[in-house]
Design a binder for this molecule. Structure first.
Ligand code: IFM
Length: 770
């Protein structure tokens, strides 16, 4: 099989303005949900003479980092969890006559790079010069397999340009705690924990390792094989050195212009409890071996490329008339697909698998900002991401109980293993909305896929236990002489305010969560599941009452939803008067100076307007938007896409486009100046929502879908596919017309520009705006 390289799917170095090597390490990462590899200088390895931040990340492979507190109160977590940065599998040591890249400083220049998003292959050319001025070109090709998630491939070609001499290539990975240069102070960046141990496994004819962590007691086995040399390529020998390090070596005499290739396939195991990893090492190794035995770099690349083809077939978004945005959106979708855990025990780290920013932890980013893309285009992956929450439900229940609540589940604000990992609880654990966010995501998944088995066996329990949390944490109280259900002392999505009473977003989400619990408990009344979960009529009545009486603070004078109770009393921060160098504010202000003012890091109340479009008049949306937009710094990358969606709904077309185009470019143009630390996975997902919920105007009304497109003026046409109720539909949206074609399934009825349209296999439907 050969895949023609389509120019529209390439991220070529020459087209990127930013050429900072650390930024490029992130942009050209390769991953597949299980592993992620930064696009390092391949000669760096563990040698800090080279500047770079290389490493391999395995989703869910973490260690604990002890947290020290000034004053540690009951219930503060002892540790946080940080994803491990393992040795760089791209690393190669090259000797040229008497010079050695591990000892002498070779100059490595990035000449060219290209990411082919159709195949997932990164192809690079480096020019390498030794201290004695011997120069060679080093071509590196690499990919992380989508067809076998344990497999990573790397291929090197060496071409001397100005010398004839002896070359030796050594591929040995004899360190595990990848050293990197410490970063300037930024609370969002995690320093490496560096607690792993590497053991070489007994000789099985290829280098194999057991990597273990000390505190989290996890183990992963890795092994790799060299490809079989062809006539034109020199032999590669397996060797063991005096320190019992195993690797591959090749020595040959090279002439200027000659080209020799060396390829390696890695098999990177799944995470096991340490005892199992040690006890069953041979068995695990044998199955890892099977992935890479009797195959080649090219065969695995092609198999993986086929999976990428299928991905694009269902998930591509085509924009006619805006080539820059087109590349950005494709890059975003590519990265999302590279980042999503698919084993039910991992989710999507906030930085994907491209860095250890935010500790490699999972937040609400997955359920609220990334899941919509997967639910609508790859529901099987969406289900696995939700199953991660199901598998960690027991821990969430333990957490609620440790916290002192009699019932319910309290999901962690940030986590890898299911337990809370936020030591700054004010802006962390107190973001209890995560519970309703997860319930909301379950409902979205169910109403879009109709997966009843999931709802009954897994989703309902999540919904019920999170609803129970609200009944425990909130309470009935009187406000202005009226009985309400209130939820005090919470932090909403906006991290420039903390520990408030009745955060509008949290309360609306809790209300939704409670109503879902009542609805599904009635549906499953008297079935095994509701008996097993001890649902009682009295409990449901309380939930219903709490939902109906939920307190939603509202400013009657300005007609706006209040971010939280008494928000109107805070002084308004004039963010236009603040010097640009002071952003993001979190790096320059004491948190309390932000908490005491009307200033938003990110969409908060506006999240409600985005997530619950029904039941809001345009006037209400406009009033909310006009009130919150001027006090929002968008210091969080999760913010702009949401503002874009609400702007589109209130016909602020230019603002919708401007916010969207910044959101969609977050990583490719390095909008927040920190892409070097990893991609902003939530923002990439939110940009997709910007297209589908914003410009296409899709609304999931639970029992039917509607569409009210607002295409940006510059776009001639927008095309994408969605999977709704087991139907795959192709939407082609023009400025004043929508075409819908049924690609598979039995068909369904949609409402487009307020007209009911039955989409069936007969002929594509064409609906005009006027
Ligand atoms: O989850 C987000 C939060 O909303 C803003 N700060 C960063 C977190 C991780 O992306």
């Amino acid at each position: 099989m050969r895949i023609e390289q389509s120019p529209e799917f390439q991220i070529h170095l020459q087209n990127l303005k930013n050429k900072d090597p650390l930024f490029l390490e992130t942009i050209y990462n390769v991953g597949n949900g299980h592993i992620g590899v930064r696009d390092s200088n391949p000669l760096q390895g563990n040698n800090l003479d080279y500047i770079g931040s290389p490493g391999l990340f395995i989703n869910g492979f973490f260690d604990y980092n002890e947290v020290s507190y000034g004053e540690k109160y009951r219930g503060y977590p002892d540790n946080d969890q940080v994803i491990n940065r393992l040795f760089d599998p791209r690393f190669i040591r090259i000797k040229v006559d008497n010079e050695d890249s591990a000892v002498d400083h070779f100059r490595v220049e990035n000449i060219d790079k290209n990411l082919d998003m159709q195949t997932g292959l990164v192809h690079e050319l480096f020019s390498v010069t030794t201290p004695e001025n011997r120069n060679f070109n080093l071509v590196v090709e690499s990919f992380a397999s989508l067809s076998k998630q344990n497999v990573y491939g790397v291929k090197y070609s060496i071409i001397p340009t100005n010398f004839e001499g002896d070359i030796e290539l050594i591929k040995v990975h004899d360190y595990v705690n990848q050293a990197t240069h410490a970063q300037a102070d930024d609370v969002r960046v995690n320093q490496d924990v560096g607690q792993m141990q590497l053991d070489f496994l007994p000789d099985n004819g290829q280098p194999s390792y057991l990597v273990t962590t000390f505190r989290s007691q996890q183990g992963v086995i890795l092994t790799f094989q060299a490809g079989t040399p062809t006539d034109s390529n020199p032999a590669i020998d397996y060797f063991e050195d005096a320190n019992r390090h195993y690797g591959y070596r090749s020595q040959y005499h090279a002439k200027p212009g000659s080209q020799k290739e060396f390829e390696f396939l890695f098999s990177i195991g799944n995470i096991h409890p340490l005892v199992n990893a040690r006890m069953y090492a041979d068995q695990y190794l044998a199955s890892l071996d099977n992935f890479i035995r009797n195959t080649t770099f090219n065969a695995e690349l092609m198999a993986s490329a086929q999976v990428w083809q299928t991905f694009w077939l269902h998930s591509d978004v085509k924009i006619d008339g805006d080539p820059v945005i087109q590349s950005c959106i494709r890059f975003n979708l590519f990265e999302l697909n590279q980042s999503a855990g698919r084993d039910e025990f991992t989710s999507i780290p906030a930085k994907g698998l491209t860095g250890n920013g935010y500790g490699g932890q999972f937040f609400w980013d997955t359920e609220i900002f990334m899941l919509p893309f997967f639910v609508y285009t790859e529901p099987a992956i969406a289900k696995k991401l939700l199953m991660f929450r199901y598998h960690t439900l027991q821990m969430a229940k333990e957490q609620a109980s440790d916290f002192g609540l009699a019932k319910g589940a309290m999901y962690p604000w940030r986590t890898i293993n299911g337990f809370e990992s936020s030591s700054y609880w004010l802006a962390g654990m107190a973001q209890f909305h995560i519970n309703a966010d997860i319930a909301f995501a379950v409902e979205q998944y169910y109403t879009i896929t109709n997966d009843e088995d999931f709802l009954k066996n897994y989703g309902f329990e999540i919904i019920l236990e999170t609803a129970r949390f609200w009944m425990q944490y909130g309470n009935f109280a009187e406000i202005d002489g009226e009985r309400h259900f209130v939820i005090n002392r919470v932090t909403g999505p906006d991290e420039y305010s903390a520990l408030v009473n009745n955060n509008y977003y949290t309360n609306v989400m809790a209300q939704f969560n409670l109503r879902l619990a009542v609805k599904y408990a009635k549906l499953f009344n008297d079935t095994d599941i509701s008996i097993q979960l001890n649902v009682t009529a009295e409990e449901l009545e309380d939930m219903q009452e709490a939902a109906d009486l939920m307190y939603l603070p509202y400013d009657q004078k300005r007609n706006v939803k209040l971010q939280f109770q008494n928000f109107e009393q805070l002084p308004r921060m004039d963010i236009d008067a603040i010097d640009q160098s002071m952003f993001p504010l979190l790096l320059h202000f004491h948190p309390l100076m932000l908490y005491r003012a009307q200033v938003n890091k990110q969409a908060d109340t506006i999240m409600v307007d985005y997530m619950f479009p029904q039941g809001n008049t345009k006037e209400q949306l406009k009033a909310d938007y006009d009130f919150y937009e001027p006090i929002t710094t968008h210091d969080s990358s999760l913010s702009k896409a949401i503002y874009s969606i609400v702007a589109a709904r209130i016909d602020r077309d230019q603002q919708a486009y401007d916010f969207f185009s910044q959101a969609v470019k977050t990583d490719l143009i390095d909008l927040h100046h920190n892409t070097k630390n990893g991609i902003h996975a939530g923002s990439l997902g939110a940009a997709w929502s910007g297209i589908v919920y914003g410009f296409a105007g899709i609304v999931n009304n639970a029992d039917h879908f509607s569409l009210e497109p607002h295409l940006p003026d510059a776009w001639n046409c927008l095309k994408f596919k969605l999977q709704l109720h087991h139907n795959e539909l192709l939407f082609t949206i023009y400025q004043d017309q929508v075409e819908v074609e049924l690609m598979s399934g039995k068909g369904l009825t949609l409402s487009i520009y307020d007209k009911k349209v039955k989409v069936s296999s007969e002929a594509p439907q064409k609906i005009c705006k006027y």
